[in-house]
Design a protein around this ligand. Structure first.
Ligand code: 5GP
Ligand code: ZN
Length: 142
């Protein structure tokens, strides 16, 4: 279902131009207007889905099925040294367009424009604490 006030629904409908990389019945992929690195591609479901929390299983299946072939094509085209796949959910995580999208970001070197930095805290949790945490998540999985 198209949402009239959604930028990416307008792109899918062709109302806003985009550089299309791939399209099938359920999925659309196009170059990000702001190329963090050369080839930076967005993969989106055609059905309006705000974020990972509201994603239907079939939509997830369709999206993730398309990713390896798009990634392989990008690898052949740009010959990057690596590839990061990123998805931001909710404002606090950096989401700015509220139609789910995966960022496929080819990596060339450590100064190529993309920088995901996090601090590892390997020894802050005991195995028991980790298992408690895991159990808390597990019991919520439907
Ligand atoms: P987010 O911050 O939500 O994870 O990513 C949204 C992405 O959409 C940004 O990287 C931004 O550059 C891209 N974007 C925003 N508007 C447009 C547009 O009109 N066309 C294209 N191709 N990309 C867009
Ligand atoms: Zn949309």
């Amino acid at each position: 279902m198209k949402h009239d006030d959604c930028l990416f629904c307008k792109i899918i409908a062709g109302e806003i131009p985009s550089a299309k990389v791939y399209e099938d019945e359920n999925v659309y992929a196009f170059l990000d207007i702001s190329q963090v690195t050369t080839g930076h591609t967005l993969v989106i479901p055609k059905i309006h889905t705000v974020d990972i929390y509201e994603m239907d299983e079939n939509v997830a299946s369709n999206i993730f099925t398309s990713v390896p072939k798009i990634a392989r094509a990008m690898k052949t085209t740009f010959k990057p040294a690596g590839l990061n796949i990123l998805n931001n959910n909710e404002v606090a995580a950096g989401q700015s367009v509220f139609h789910f999208h995966l960022h496929l970001i080819p990596r060339y070197n450590k100064d190529d424009g993309f920088n995901a930095k996090w601090i590892t805290r390997n020894d802050e949790f005991s195995q028991e604490e980790l298992q408690d945490m895991a159990n808390n998540i597990a019991k919520e999985i439907e």
